[in-house]
Structures are given as C-alpha cells and as structure tokens.
Design a binder for this molecule. Structure first.
Ligand code: FES
Ligand code: FES
Length: 157
C-alpha cells in the first residue's frame, strides 16, 4: 500500500507517495526527476546508482525508500555549487578526461566525494578501496585515480 514519505534530497524536503518498498533509485529518477544516479545491475553490484546518505556512498537500487527518511540524501545533481560550477571532483574528472561514460561515472564521482570527506589526502590503495563497488568496463581506472588526487589537492587549497 502506498504511503507518504518526506525525503531530504539535495538540501530540500521532497514529499512522495509510493509503496514503502520502492527502491530509492526509482523514487529519485521517476518521482523526483533526478537522473544522476543510473540503473545498471539493480543488484547493488555495479555502483551506477550510488548516492550519498549523509556522507556515505551507498547504492540506491535496492534501498527501500522507507529506510532513508532520516538521511540527508545527495545525488550527483546536488554536488553542483549554487553558482552552477562543478564540484571539484566533477571538475577533476573532466580535466583528467576520466569522464568516459554515464554508466559508471555517477558511482565514481559519488564514491570519490565520500572518500575525500574522510580521507582528504588518500593514497592509491585507499582510492582503489573506495571505488571497489564501482564497475567500470572500459578502463579509465588510472585516469580516475589521477582525477581523485587532483580533486584532493584542489580541495585543500
Ligand atoms: S544499479 Fe545499483 S549497484 Fe548496479
Ligand atoms: S567509464 Fe564508464 S564503464 Fe568505464
């Protein structure tokens, strides 16, 4: 049975009426028009649906909407600055030409933002560990590493 939920998404309260078991990803895309998070596997195994719950990167494709009412949800759209400029992680992915496809990019960027919140200066292995849930099939891994290190530097200065 449908119920009303008020979610905190990208700094705004958004109310939806859906079945409580509906995955957050579907609500974000279908009800709120936020298409940054993508549907890939639907099995929590590819990372393309990644969002931030508070500061933690989490796949949204199997996450019931009823479970996230108390979290601050951030999608890719919510990273953009109020003046319209890109988040340093987004900008670094562009600068390093690590933004190859829409399939995995969302997961890489959201995972990197979460990582830099807790590790402002991560080493390569720490970055690899943070991206382990993101499946990239075309091999931009070394560029993604460079982009995340560049973002870390720019966020310090
Ligand atoms: S679509 Fe959610 S992890 Fe693949
Ligand atoms: S860049 Fe998206 S799958 Fe590799």
């Amino acid at each position: 049975m449908e119920a009303e939920f008020t979610l905190h998404v990208n700094g705004q309260a958004r109310t939806v009426r859906v079945d409580p078991a509906t995955p957050l990803l579907y609500v974000l895309r279908d009800d709120l028009g936020l298409n940054g998070p993508k549907f890939g596997c639907g099995l929590q195994q590819c990372g393309s649906c990644m969002v931030l719950l508070d500061t933690v990167a989490w796949p949204s494709c199997q996450l019931p909407v009823a479970n996230v009412q108390n979290a601050a949800i951030t999608t890719l759209e919510g990273l953009t600055r109020p003046d319209g400029s890109l988040h340093p992680v987004q900008q670094a992915f562009v600068d390093e030409q690590a933004a190859q496809c829409g399939y995995c990019l969302n997961g890489m960027v959201m995972s990197a933002v979460a990582l830099l919140t807790v590790h402002p200066k991560p080493d390569d292995q720490t970055i690899r560990n943070a991206l382990f849930r993101v499946l990239c099939r075309c091999g931009v891994h070394s560029r993604a590493l460079a982009a995340i290190k560049k973002a870390a530097d720019s966020m310090k200065s």
